[in-house]
Design a protein around this ligand. Sequence first.
Ligand code: ATP
Ligand code: MG
Length: 200
Amino acid sequence: MPHAKTRIGLLGGTFDPPHLGHLAAARAAQQQLGLDEVRLVVANDPWQKSDSREISAAGTRLKMTQELVKNMSGLVADDCEILRGGKTFTADTVEEMHAKFPNSQIFLIVGADTAARIHTWNRPEIVLALSTLVVVNRGSSTVNLPEIPHARVEHVHMEPVNISSSELRDKVRSGVSIAEFTNNAISQVIVDEHLYTVAS
Ligand code: ATP
Ligand code: MG
């Protein structure tokens, strides 16, 4: 039976670059929770990272994310954080989605590493009030979330994919192929735009 409300998944990230771990996490959540769509939301300025390393241009990360979800039913790349500009706060995004899709239920999909840091976000109470938190294992690591009052939490298990964007950037820098961890179109953007060639 169809769910009364549209069920929208949000998978936020830097996507620098997008990889098959992101895709597998989105698909696992989509299938196990019966989500109508999963939006891969590309951070404009991931403020917890941007002080410590060079982040690729937002437009380039969006283009690569569009390539990741191309021809994948129910998965879309979302540019709302880029259009909003400035530092990216997931609380703003969840509020915006809530206003834009009032008749929907929002599922915020996070890997275990990200879930463990949610208390460090800007206004986590808003995020948790307006969405159901979906925690996906990251590789073999799972997380025991601290008790968060009023949070709605779902756990999704995926076949572990042991890869991160950091590792892919390191591989590109070292001249090692990343073909098995992402798709050809993304590899091509990385080559064409000379991404990850200098240490940062
Ligand atoms: P970086 O190494 O630069 O931090 P990343 O691979 O962690 O990159 P992000 O863009 O930071 O990618 O991740 C976005 C979201 O996807 C986060 O919630 C993260 O936990 C999740 N995620 C990333 N890779 C995986 C993976 N291999 N398995 C499960 N979840 C993942
Ligand atoms: Mg990360």
